[in-house]
Design a binder for this molecule. Structure first.
Ligand code: NAP
Length: 318
């Protein structure tokens, strides 16, 4: 099968397409013929080997996993003898975090992993483009007691996690303010934001408004700068930067405003099934910026690294 090989750390050019052996499913695994996958920020961090301490887990000298790609949608090609939930021909979607392998024509996943039937009426490309952002956003939002009457500001509302955070906050019936640049205002409004702020024109920390929750979905803001824009007892949700772990620990003991940074993230089948239901009910939609064929993975990776993608970048396979 064709696969994108990443056997050294470095810029996107270290990637190359090769013919490799097709994986064989174990007793509790399904073999999936991939139709669509994505290039996301985790793929790029892993390929770059950043931050450096992460190499303790991803491989000191070279990447431990030679094929990147975590999000996927495709068809079950074969199943191991112990598999009961899936059968050949089933359309599925999910996320293979930590061990990757989706930048290829086939991949094996355990039946119990973050994998579910593809939502009805949703394309492979759309189904591939949702799991990572949604699950990362869910892990944060579940810690914020979002509900009717609570207010949230999503900073970086146009990224993969941000577009998920806006839609999920809407689902939880919170009052949503979304912050992004001029070109993405209409998009985030269409995702359900009650109010939008263009950060190139206005600084939300200076408009006198306060929120129950501030979600930095893109790692470009800080608790220190936004603390005064939190209501008493407010929560600051972080998605990046390890010092937020220290802040989370500190604020859990001192002060009434808390930092929450849920890492490492857990990707579960329950959350993929939850997402399937949301999509089928029309309560969640994939935001896709660009689509590339698998062979153009280097170009796709370069684009993701600009940190300017809107939503998600899809690779079509086969
Ligand atoms: N916690 C975890 O386990 C985990 C896992 C994966 C990724 N992450 C981190 O989560 C963060 C978000 O990832 P992502 O994939 O959602 O990001 P992304 O899709 O790459 O975000 C791109 C968006 O960020 C916006 N942006 C760029 N610079 C900005 C700025 N200075 N202020 C506000 N918005 C800005 C851009 O839109 P505008 O033009 O509208 O600004 C763009 O639409 C990253 O820092 C990533 O490293 C964390």
């Amino acid at each position: 099968m064709k696969a994108v090989i990443c056997d050294r750390y470095g810029p996107p050019d270290v990637l190359r397409i090769e013919d490799v052996e097709r994986p064989v499913p174990g007793p509790d695994e399904v073999l999936i013929r991939i139709r669509a996958t994505t290039v996301n920020r985790s793929d790029c961090h892993y390929r770059e080997g950043t931050p450096p301490f992460a190499r303790l887990f991803t491989g000191l000298i070279r990447p431990r996993h030679r094929i990147l790609g975590s999000e996927l949608a495709g068809d079950v090609e074969a199943v191991g003898p112990a598999v009961t939930e899936f059968a050949p021909g089933d359309a599925v979607f999910g996320v293979k975090a930590w061990t990757f392998g989706a930048h290829a024509e086939f991949v094996c996943m355990r039946e119990s992993a973050a994998l579910a039937p593809k939502p009805a009426g949703v394309s492979y490309e759309e189904a591939a483009a949702v799991c990572d952002g949604v699950i990362l956003a869910l892990l944060c939002l579940r810690r914020a007691d979002l509900r009717k009457g609570r207010s949230i500001l999503v900073y970086g509302a146009s990224g993969s996690i941000g577009t998920a955070a806006v839609q999920l906050s809407r689902y939880y019936e919170a009052e949503v303010t979304a912050v992004c640049s001029t070109k993405n205002l209409e998009l985030v409004r269409s995702l359900g934001a009650d109010r939008v702020i263009d950060y190139t024109q206005a600084d939300f920390t200076k408009n006198g408004q306060a929120y129950d929750v501030i979600f930095d979905a893109v790692g470009k803001h800080s608790f220190r700068r936004s603390r005064d824009s939190l209501n008493p007892g407010g929560i600051y949700l972080a998605t990046d930067h390890l010092f937020n772990l220290v802040r989370a620990l500190w604020t859990s003991r001192v002060g009434d405003k808390k930092v929450v940074f849920p890492i490492p993230p857990r990707y579960t089948k329950q959350d993929v099934v939850f997402l399937k239901r949301l999509m089928e009910a029309g309560q969640y939609r994939a935001v896709i910026d660009r689509r590339y064929p698998l062979a153009d993975v280097i170009e796709a990776s370069r684009y993701v690294e600009t940190q300017q993608k809107t939503g998600n970048v899809v690779l079509t396979v086969g």
